[in-house]
Ligand binder design. Structure first.
Ligand code: SF4
Length: 303
């Protein structure tokens, strides 16, 4: 892959999504917001909410100054609302401990709330142009295919793939290398149907050309060995959490809602046998800091 880096970067220049707003800035705050939003959420869904969010809260200072409930409201449409609460907590910590300036070192980033190894690497690459590899599932899949062949069965650990990827980044090209790999993973080297004939890495890829039927057979055999959760969405905890937060988000300002009123409003959208779970899920949301409880009822957290 080291030898194919020029082809990869040339492909990115011609076919990559360099127009994305978080690719056109090096502002650490904007990069952090995009990274939080893009966790488990697709680019198309993030785009309009990201731009409105940055307009409403243009800096760590602006975000830290508002209530957590306001941040959760601005998060509407993205789901996984705990990310909004963690981002708000991060903004307050950056203001309190770093004077509103995001640190650049890996260790200092990892010491901040809500920032793990992946986000630290992504922030360093995209905001500070460091040669860190921000490896998610898609990029590890590409590295595995190029260096070792198809990923079923896996022939290297995540740590080994991370080390291979870090060695592959051309000096001072971490920003574009990571961007190129992300785009390649979502448009060319996809999990089920890689387009090897269009791939800039095909000449150096061990897995190329991938036979889609063979890949599908291997993936199915692997899935049988690896048990997976297959609950319908309405049976998941995430479904209930989303319905509760959606309802509270519709409550203006600091008005509170009783648990019984919340249950009354949700009986038409929650499966009947799951209504009894609502108070427990509310307790969890209170513990996570997303919902505030008082003697009068509950509301989205306001501080
Ligand atoms: S040649 Fe095929 S398998 Fe290899 S990286 Fe490109 S799309 Fe993926």
């Amino acid at each position: 892959m080291i030898g194919a880096a020029p082809q990869l970067l040339a492909w990115y220049r011609d076919h990559g999504r360099s127009h994305l707003p978080w690719r056109q800035t090096r502002d650490p705050y904007s990069i952090v917001v995009s990274e939080f939003m893009l966790q488990q959420t697709q680019v198309d869904r993030v785009l309009p909410i990201y731009e409105a969010f940055i307009a409403a809260f243009p800096s760590f200072a602006a975000l830290a100054a508002v209530d957590a409930g306001d941040v959760v409201r601005a998060w509407r449409g993205l789901g996984y609302n705990s990310r909004a609460v963690r981002l708000h907590a991060l903004a307050r910590t950056v203001m309190e401990t770093h004077g509103g300036v995001l640190p650049q070192s890996r260790d200092a980033l990892l010491a901040l709330p809500g920032i793990g190894p992946y986000t630290a690497a992504a922030v360093r690459a995209f905001a500070f142009e460091c040669d860190d590899a921000a490896l998610d599932t898609n990029i590890r899949r590409i590295v595995h295919r190029v260096m070792l062949g198809l990923e079923y069965p896996p022939l290297a650990s995540a740590q080994e793939l991370d080390a291979i990827a870090t060695d592959a980044i051309p000096v001072d090209r971490g920003h574009d290398w990571n961007s190129a790999m992300m785009d390649l993973g979502s448009t060319v080297c996809m999990a089920r149907a890689p387009k090897c004939l269009l791939c800039p890495l095909q000449q150096s890829c061990v897995a190329s050309p991938v036979d889609a039927t063979c890949l599908s057979t291997l993936a199915k055999a692997h899935a049988k060995r690896a048990p997976q959760a297959s609950l319908p969405f309405e049976r998941t905890t995430r479904f209930l959490r989303g319905r509760i937060i959606e309802r509270l988000r519709d409550e203006p300002g600091l008005e509170v809602m009783t648990i019984s009123a919340l249950i009354h409003d949700l009986v038409t959208v929650v499966p009947p046998d799951r209504v009894a779970e609502i108070p427990h899920i509310v307790d969890v949301l209170v513990k996570e800091g997303i919902v505030r409880a008082s003697e009068h009822g509950i509301t989205l957290r306001s501080s």
